[in-house]
Design a protein around this ligand. Structure first.
Ligand code: 5AD
Ligand code: SF4
Length: 438
């Protein structure tokens, strides 16, 4: 009987991309996908540690998966991703049922480590931060039969924002070769992928002797079979005029940018080591909106950074009112061990952080609703991805990255169609079919 594997992915899209590579290696090694961990011979949890809550969630899930070992002693249990990198061998001590700890830059050695683990008796913590990440392995044929795909173009981060653990767990910035990325994108497009999202902790820092990020976007735009290009995440300090101009000239580049601002007070931005001011950030948004009128802007923001005063927080609310983001991902600051912010004084008490977060989210809710309502009556193209969350209708995304639900007719799955927006709520839009494109 064939061996079976089960992978559970937490965290960001880069982890999803890594999980795809791990799946491919497992399938090459003779494993078939299982639909539940109880039915698998190899279980892997791909984790995120960007915030304390994500790490706690990963550890508690790992504890539950480790208990499967009591029923099936032959099961191999692995943990990958940022918690694996950060905690390393400590996880083997804490979870006796765990066989393998695999950092994000050890995916390149996974095939060999798997072979050894299968022979039995060996518990391994592979956490070399200078190793080979999954994205450098190639082998993208795996992603066929999808309409949307990710391509990780660079790994790691050199910015060391004072609150962030990413540079410690994902290592320094390393960019992949442009030719390899273009081949990967072309091959995906020929297999039917219509939309590609280019991924990296900081895609604007993509660099190669042949091209920088705007050049790469330009070359991607020329792939005939490809319809849509997105990218994430960008850092405001590296958003060059050339990149902004891409929004004016590249028709396949979707009208959406995710540009984390983190805080609206210059004092806090400085303590965070972000490298820009609130004024500079707002100028960038103005330039983006000039280059591509109607572009959707989303962002990440934190409340309760050490020392954040009421005035600082008011500056954050003020920036939100001025920019009017389409959507915001908002978080309470949490200490990450080993970062400079974790050692700062003047920590904000939890109830105060929560009260600030509530106020901020209430404000953003109104803005998002207003922005969504402005789309009523508009005719928009959507890429239909499948059933909606509740399953009664189909759902797709506009170029602006807004979710649109419409009638349930499976003929439209994986198609680019045009819909007229009829209703809008905070979470989604409701559309009616206007035309089918291809
Ligand atoms: N506490 C809270 N939020 C954090 N983020 C990163 N580090 C922390 C932290 N220590 C948030 C930032 C980032 C997003 C991915 O997670 O807003 O953009
Ligand atoms: Fe973390 Fe800053 Fe790098 Fe983003 S840019 S991954 S917030 S260190």
């Amino acid at each position: 009987m064939s061996k079976r594997y089960y992978i559970e992915t937490m965290g960001c899209q880069m982890n999803e991309y890594d999980s795809d590579h791990l799946s491919r290696i497992l399938e090459d090694s003779g494993y078939l996908r299982a639909s539940a961990p109880e039915q698998a011979d190899f279980v892997l949890l791909n984790t995120c540690s960007v915030r304390a809550k994500a790490e706690q969630k990963a550890l508690s899930r790992l504890g539950r998966l480790a208990s499967l070992k009591r029923k099936n002693s032959r099961l191999l249990l692995a943990v990958a991703g940022c918690v694996a990198q950060q905690r390393g061998v400590e996880l083997l001590e804490r979870f006796p049922g765990l066989d393998l700890v695999l950092g994000p830059r050890e995916i390149g050695s996974f095939r060999g480590i798997l072979g050894k683990a299968e022979k039995g008796g060996m518990r391994v913590a592979a956490v070399d931060v200078h190793g080979t990440p999954g994205s450098f392995l190639g082998g993208f044929e795996y992603f066929q039969h999808r309409v949307k795909a990710y391509i990780t173009i660079m790994e790691g981060c050199n910015n060391f924002c004072s609150y962030c653990i990413v540079p410690y767990v994902r290592g320094r910035e390393t960019s992949r070769l442009p030719q390899e990325l273009l081949d990967e994108a072309r091959s995906l497009a020929l297999q039917g992928v219509k939309e590609i999202t280019l991924l990296g902790q900081n895609v604007n820092s993509y660099v190669n002797e042949k091209m920088r990020f705007p050049g790469l976007l330009q070359a991607m735009n020329e792939i005939k079979e490809l319809h849509r290009i997105r990218f994430t995440t960008s850092h405001p300090k590296d958003l060059s005029p050339e990149l902004i101009q891409c929004f004016a000239h590249l028709e396949k580049l979707c009208s959406h940018i995710h540009l984390p601002f983190q805080a609206g007070s210059n004092r806090v931005l400085k303590a965070m080591k972000r490298g820009y001011t609130r004024e500079k950030y707002m100028d960038l948004i103005g330039e983006l909106r000039n280059a591509r009128p109607g572009i959707a802007v989303t962002s990440d923001v934190m409340v309760g950074f050490p020392g954040e005063t009421d005035e600082d927080f008011e500056m954050t609310l003020d920036l939100i009112r001025r920019v009017e983001f389409d959507n915001l991902f908002s978080f309470k600051y949490s200490d990450r061990e080993g970062t400079p912010a974790a050692k700062m004084e003047d920590k904000i008490p939890e109830p105060q952080k929560l009260a600030r977060l509530d106020r901020l989210q209430e404000l953003q809710r109104k803005i998002t609703l207003k922005k969504n309502r402005e789309l009523i009556g508009k005719n928009l193209e959507i890429l239909v991805e499948g059933r909606s969350k509740k399953g009664q209708s189909l759902a797709g995304r506009t170029a602006n990255n807004k979710v649109v639900n419409f009638i349930n007719d499976k003929r439209y799955i994986n198609q680019l169609i045009n819909v007229t927006i009829k209703r809008a709520s905070f979470n989604s839009l409701w559309g009616e079919l206007t035309s089918l494109r291809c």
